[in-house]
Ligand binder design. Structure first.
Ligand SMILES: Cc1cc2nc3c(=O)[nH]c(=O)nc-3n(C[C@H](O)[C@H](O)[C@H](O)COP(=O)(O)OP(=O)(O)OC[C@H]3O[C@@H](n4cnc5c(N)ncnc54)[C@H](O)[C@@H]3O)c2cc1C
Ligand code: SF4
Length: 406
């Protein structure tokens, strides 16, 4: 069978709603640009003739998370059925109080980024930060100093295509990205037979639409035309508040529960709802919130000093964490994989019900990406009744979406 062109494959991923907006296709072919779509997500658009050499379509088909994602298993490293590979797990925070405060939870990814670039261990860290000219927007950035790392601290619940940034696949660098971005970079390096950058990720419940940011601002009394001097989604406390500052010096803010929970989270794109990897399995190390929880295991969002759950996935990740602790960059307390999963009830549920969601979507005629080595079958079978209920619900929702209204 003749090889399909890169553009044909990209169009199919976008048209089927399986694009995560990671930007890997734009890294493979510089004639593609990542642009905001009408519904507020990053999508590839052909701006110039293709720049990719022969074999680009094959590289894309191996790496694009809208086509395929492979779970990672490493010799000698235990694989947890929900958390994935675990070479080590800790409750962790940045030792530097300013970094800890600015970070989403414990400021761990920022502390590591600052240390890695300042010590010269990596040439740069690629990550994400607010756009300088429009704080409502989020852009990929290249970090080469502590100050730049601090500028990218804190989660931004909005679309950004980190892989499209120059340097995101540089073996001499490090990249912080969403699990889909990190799995794409890992797959690309495996396909090319090159060394991946140091890959750092975080637990991810999905990318909300860019429109949700302005809708929330409008609710808070900040119109679209009002220039902002800053906007952050959380951090500067744990979990911190969604906060916008206008150029006039006015501040509008709301709680994490009201922003992520009520306004942003409900708008995540379809691909994120069928993601097999909310926990960053392809990374060398992953950070998430190490929430304090109530007696039923539900996270409490009372403000306090932040703690991250930090999981080393590979020997390389383990080595980086151990050296960062020895250098006084991170303060850690060992925990187990089960301790991490216990405070992430929604990630636990997502993983358990994914087989049902995929089955329901397929039965309703949706085209879904190929996932392998995530152990979804035994996990789904173990929770058969929940899987069946989820499959029925997804089938109904997908069919309703696909059936044209009269
Ligand atoms: C869209 C999204 C969904 C998330 N969902 C969950 C969840 O379900 N459960 C959970 O425990 N944690 C979730 N997090 C992660 C959590 O908010 C923290 O990032 C994590 O606890 C690590 O905290 P930290 O203080 O170590 O990171 P920080 O030191 O604050 O560093 C944050 C890093 O993330 C990068 N970054 C920020 N926004 C983005 C973005 N949109 N895309 C790519 N990179 C970005 C920055 O470059 C920075 O390096 C989510 C984050 C995002 C962006
Ligand atoms: S998922 Fe990533 S690589 Fe695939 S089409 Fe979308 S942006 Fe491109």
């Amino acid at each position: 069978m003749a090889e399909q062109s890169l553009d044909t494959l990209v169009a199919r991923v976008v048209d089927t709603g399986n694009c995560s907006g990671c930007g890997t296709c734009a890294l493979i072919d510089r004639g593609l640009e990542m642009r905001l779509s009408a519904d507020g997500f990053m999508r590839p658009v052909r701006e110039r003739p293709g720049t990719a050499p022969a074999g680009a379509a094959r590289r894309f088909a191996t790496a694009c998370p809208g086509m395929t994602v492979r779970g990672q298993h490493h010799d000698g490293i235990p694989y947890h059925p929900v958390l994935g590979p675990v070479a080590g797990a800790w409750e962790a925070s940045a030792t530097d109080p300013e970094i800890r405060r600015r970070g989403s939870s414990g400021g761990v990814l920022t502390a590591l980024s600052a240390w890695l670039v300042e010590s010269g261990e990596v040439a740069q860290v690629v990550g994400a930060a607010r756009a300088q000219d429009e704080p409502r927007r989020t852009v990929p950035v290249r970090i080469v100093s502590r100050a730049e790392a601090l500028g990218s601290a804190g989660s931004r619940y909005a679309p950004v295509a980190v892989c499209a940034q120059e340097g995101s696949s540089d073996p001499a660098g490090a990249t912080v990205g969403k699990p889909c971005e990190i799995s794409a970079l890992r797959a690309l390096a495996d396909h090319d037979g090159t060394t991946a950058p140091l890959l750092m990720s975080f637990f991810c419940a999905g990318t909300p639409s860019q429109h949700a940011t302005q809708d929330l601002l409008t609710e808070l009394g900040v119109p679209a035309a009002e220039p902002l001097s800053d906007l952050w989604y959380r951090g500067r406390g744990w979990p911190g508040r969604f906060t916008a500052r206008t150029e006039q010096g006015r501040q509008a803010d709301t709680s994490y529960d009201e922003s992520w929970g009520a306004a942003l989270g409900p708008t995540v794109q379809w691909r994120c709802k069928i993601c097999p990897d909310g926990l960053g399995e392809s990374s060398d190390l992953t950070a998430g919130d190490f929430w304090r929880s109530d007696e039923r295991g539900y996270p409490l969002f009372t403000e306090s000093d932040g703690f991250s759950a930090l999981v080393a996935r590979t020997e390389r990740g383990l080595d980086v964490v151990q050296r960062a602790v020895a250098a006084g960059v991170l303060t850690v307390r060992p925990i187990t994989a089960d301790d991490v999963v216990a405070v992430q009830p929604s990630q636990r549920r997502r993983r358990r019900t994914l087989l049902g969601r995929l089955t329901g979507a397929r039965a309703a005629g949706a085209r879904i990406p190929r996932y392998s080595r995530f152990g979804l079958l035994p996990l789904g079978a173990h929770h058969a009744r929940e899987s069946l209920r989820t499959a029925r619900g997804t089938f109904r929702r997908v069919r309703a979406r696909r059936t044209p209204r009269p």
